[in-house]
Design a protein around this ligand. Structure first.
Ligand SMILES: Cc1ncc(COP(=O)(O)O)c(C=O)c1O
Length: 450
């Protein structure tokens, strides 16, 4: 019998997070303050606990995972690695396809891997309340879950379109005890100003981040938590790639190419960075971030210092960006609609050490449906991006006869995204490539640095 699931024991849950900075040939560019000068840890202490700030600037290769965090990981980790025999057969490809299923977490995606860690460090620091934002609802529900586990109150600013598109994500957050507001909201200066300018403002991740940061900065009992982009978030996600390395070793295989959907970069970094360490040590593995055509941050954005949010409350980061005032088109992969990208992923991409591709929306749903019909699992629209890129490669292998080993991260299930699938089946879903003029225009609005 062929093996389908490659499983690890709870004792195999990694004991340390892996910090890619230790293996990067060039040190990361520092975040800058409003004066254009590098910021020190103190600038972040109004909204983050010192333990996370230390991780943010650390270049130490391994950082120990606290026991209490590992205990919570045990609820769903190690996540299974699957060999997609049935998908391979449907495609008729000689390639071997593997995927790791992060959809087995209680919130349904990879996001709790960092939410749990962030809740732990905030609770340790005596913080009582977390303010955060959510786009599609995956991050908000993960933070709600993690807050509940460590006795923290959680306030979520949810991008208004998603708030209405995904009422059950909202109920999920409420089940885990969080309060949820549609963003822009009347709860913050930023939200009120946005609503005064346009009462029908549909919201964006950049705007919701501004609301959450403002909330956190205005209260001493409250900190802010971000679900992607920052170095410590990517660090926490590296348990995905580390587990996958053990799982591949168990079956005596190793990926030639790894695909992951890329929004702010934590899912890509989480699965790819441990393999980057292998690459730095001489292994030949290609790491491919997959993004939507409609929000092509890495493939068509500018590599420049920019704000992480619309109201310019965050430090400036050197990253690929479409401009902090980017208003995303209403595509269904809500988790991939962020204007920027992780500074670490951006730098590695800029230095051509990792790759990126952009795929159109319809192709991603077509790939997701092919996958669901073969393997059974209904993927999140974000995950469909990685599946589409992986299937494209598997079909190239069919042409060339190459038996490559392909691996993608199934970052989440799509059970709360059936509305998106509905639109696809009824022909209401469209492709939307982000216009070149809009990308050029964003360049003029980037902050001038140096
Ligand atoms: C299921 C799923 N996959 C991928 C992503 C993108 O993740 P990241 O921002 O870490 O790149 C998200 C973000 O919300 C998501 O919900």
């Amino acid at each position: 019998m062929q093996q389908t699931k490659i499983l690890l024991d709870e004792a195999d849950i990694p004991t340390h997070w892996y910090n890619v900075v230790a293996d990067m040939p060039n040190p990361p560019a520092p975040p800058l303050g409003p004066d254009g000068k590098p910021i020190g840890p103190d600038a972040l202490s109004a909204i983050f606990p010192m333990s996370l700030i230390e991780q943010e600037v650390s270049s130490q290769r391994w950082i120990e995972i606290p026991e209490k965090v590992r205990e919570i990981y045990q609820l769903w980790r190690p996540s299974p690695l699957f060999r997609a025999h049935r998908l391979e057969a449907v495609l008729g490809t000689p390639a071997k396809i593997y995927y790791k299923n992060e959809g087995v977490s209680p919130a349904g995606s990879h996001k709790p891997n960092t939410a749990v860690a962030q809740a732990y460090y905030n609770a340790e620091a005596g913080i009582k309340r977390i303010a955060t934002e959510t786009g599609a609802g995956q991050w908000g529900s993960s933070m709600a879950l993690a807050g509940q586990m460590f006795g923290l109150e959680v306030r979520v600013y949810m991008v208004k379109v998603s708030y209405h598109q995904k009422p059950y994500r909202r109920s999920m957050m409420q089940t885990w005890g969080a309060e949820v507001f549609a963003s822009p909201s009347m709860e913050t200066h930023t939200g009120r100003a946005a609503l005064a300018a346009d009462p029908d403002n549909p919201g964006s991740l950049g705007l919701a981040i501004s609301e959450a940061v403002e909330d956190a900065a205005s209260r001493t009992d409250t900190n802010y938590a971000l679900g992607s982009v920052l170095n410590h978030v990517l660090l926490h996600q590296t348990i995905i790639g580390q587990e996958a390395q053990k799982q591949f070793a168990k079956v005596g295989d190793y990926p030639d190419m790894i695909f992951a959907p890329c929004g702010g970069g934590s899912n890509f970094g989480g699965v790819a960075f441990p393999f980057f360490a292998d690459k730095a040590a001489g292994k030949n593995v290609r790491l491919v971030a997959v993004e939507p055509d409609s929000c092509p941050t890495l493939t068509r954005g500018h590599y420049a210092y920019d704000f992480g949010d619309t109201a310019k409350l965050t430090p400036l980061m050197l990253m690929y960006t479409l401009g902090h005032d980017f208003m995303p088109p209403g595509i269904h992969a809500g988790g991939l609609r962020y204007h920027g990208d992780s500074a670490l992923v951006s730098q590695l991409y800029h230095e051509k050490r990792v790759e990126a591709v952009a795929v159109p929306q319809l192709a991603t749903f077509q790939a997701g449906v092919t996958f669901a019909r073969a393997e059974g699992i209904i993927p999140a629209p974000e995950s469909n991006h990685a599946i589409a890129a992986c299937i494209d490669e598997a079909l190239r292998c069919k042409e060339s006869g190459e038996a490559k080993t392909l691996f993608f991260n199934l970052s989440g299930h799509g059970h709360f995204d059936m509305g998106a699938y509905d639109s696809y089946f009824s022909g209401r879903l469209e492709d939307f490539a982000y216009p070149e003029e809009a990308i050029k225009a964003a360049l003029d609005r980037l902050p001038k640095v140096g």
